[in-house]
Design a binder for this molecule. Structure first.
Ligand code: AMP
Length: 354
């Protein structure tokens, strides 16, 4: 197993952990789950204290830290450690602070930060998943090779912004933004399922892996700004003439369940992803999401992995059709807090924090 470089040990002296995250993305669920597990909570807000928590008292953080920019969070690291903070990353926290800055944050953080190097680089992400035997959409090496519909995406979690479909080199050239790193994949026709897993290296029951256990906490699908509804307006060529372009900007999420006969395949992919991550970089710890398309041949293609809590889990604040069969009312936010609590009681915090 690969060693984890860690600031997690800073939490070993904590008597009273405070769960903190940035006030966005899935923060309501993270704070709510932490409170359910008896933790105090701290919200890191950019600019000013957000009012919307007043509308959701069960998820309102106990304290706030107001900073002027994401970058400024690092300046408060010592103070946050003194306040016994464990930071919980989410997509906005990592994307806006920057994966490199996040990796260097001198603050005990839930999960394994080594995953960032593998996840934020689309080539490495592909290496991880395909070497694990997880099926992905084919990669198109060069724009000149495009001869059927492809999906083009930029690096990092952009919430679908900027991604586009091209059917040939000309369409690619017309849409690509210069100077940005991108990846080209085969366009897979099928239905999207976002499989929300949780890997615990310290669990000793359930769906066992070589170390710990794998849980499925929910499945969602994303509402994407106008692409999902665009078919109502007719053929894409005609739309382009009208200068209407499809976008994949995520606007919300909806719950879905998978055909039960596909669950073994889903778990097999989850298991392979975790086992390979243990081998490559010490494990993707806590929540992760395999973003998949299921074709009409009932085959999965994983087009992306998110190695932390995804916003699609927000649907399941009071449990999902899957997590209810583990423990009723278990959200991903609460599951994170439970993991911190269990690890603390058993003296295993260094296993789940970096
Ligand atoms: P991503 O930027 O990878 O999160 O993708 C944003 C959205 O693009 C997804 O939610 C899907 O709707 C779509 N998408 C991504 N990759 C593919 C693909 N290879 N084939 C078809 N659609 C895709």
């Amino acid at each position: 197993m690969v060693a984890r470089r860690t600031f997690g040990s800073l939490a070993e002296d904590y008597k009273d952990v405070v769960v903190a995250t940035v006030c966005s993305h899935s923060s309501l669920q993270i704070f709510h789950g932490a409170k359910q597990e008896g933790f105090r909570t701290l919200g890191i807000a950019i600019g000013k204290q957000p009012r919307f928590y007043d509308a959701f008292p069960l998820a309102r953080p106990d304290e706030f830290l107001i900073v002027n920019s994401y970058k400024e969070i690092a300046d408060h690291a010592d103070d946050l450690v003194a306040r016994q903070v464990v930071a919980v990353p989410h997509g906005s926290f990592v994307e806006y602070l920057g994966a490199e800055n996040f990796a260097k944050l001198r603050l005990p953080t839930f999960g394994n930060r080594s995953v960032l190097a593998w996840e934020s680089d689309r080539e490495k992400q592909r290496e991880w998943l395909t070497s694990a035997g997880v099926p992905m959409p084919k990669k198109i090496a060069r724009p000149e090779d495009i001869d059927s519909p492809v999906f083009v995406k930029y690096y990092g979690a952009k919430g679908g912004r900027g991604s586009f479909i091209a059917k040939n080199h000309d369409e690619f050239m017309a849409a690509i933004k210069p100077g940005m790193k991108y990846a080209i994949q085969e366009y897979v026709v099928g239905t999207r399922y976002y499989l929300q897993f949780f890997y615990s290296p310290i669990a000793d029951g359930g769906y066992r892996l070589s170390r710990g256990a794998l849980e499925m906490l929910g499945i969602d699908r994303r509402d994407e700004a106008n692409i999902d509804e665009m078919y109502k307006l007719g053929a894409q060529e005609r739309l382009r003439e009208l200068e209407i372009y499809p976008t994949f900007v995520v606007t919300g999420n909806m719950p879905v369940v998978l055909r039960e006969s596909l669950l073994p395949k889903a778990f097999d992919m989850g298991e392979r992803t975790v086992e390979k991550s243990l081998e490559l970089f010490g494990g993707t710890i806590g929540p992760f999401c395999l973003e998949t398309i299921v074709t009409d041949r009932l085959e999965f293609k994983v087009f992306e992995i998110s190695s932390r809590i995804v916003a699609g889990t927000n649907i399941f604040v009071s449990g999902s059709p899957y997590s209810d069969l583990l423990e009723p009312g278990m959200s991903t936010g609460r599951r994170i807090a439970r993991e911190i609590r269990t690890a603390q009681k058993r003296g295993l915090l260094s296993e789940i924090l970096t």
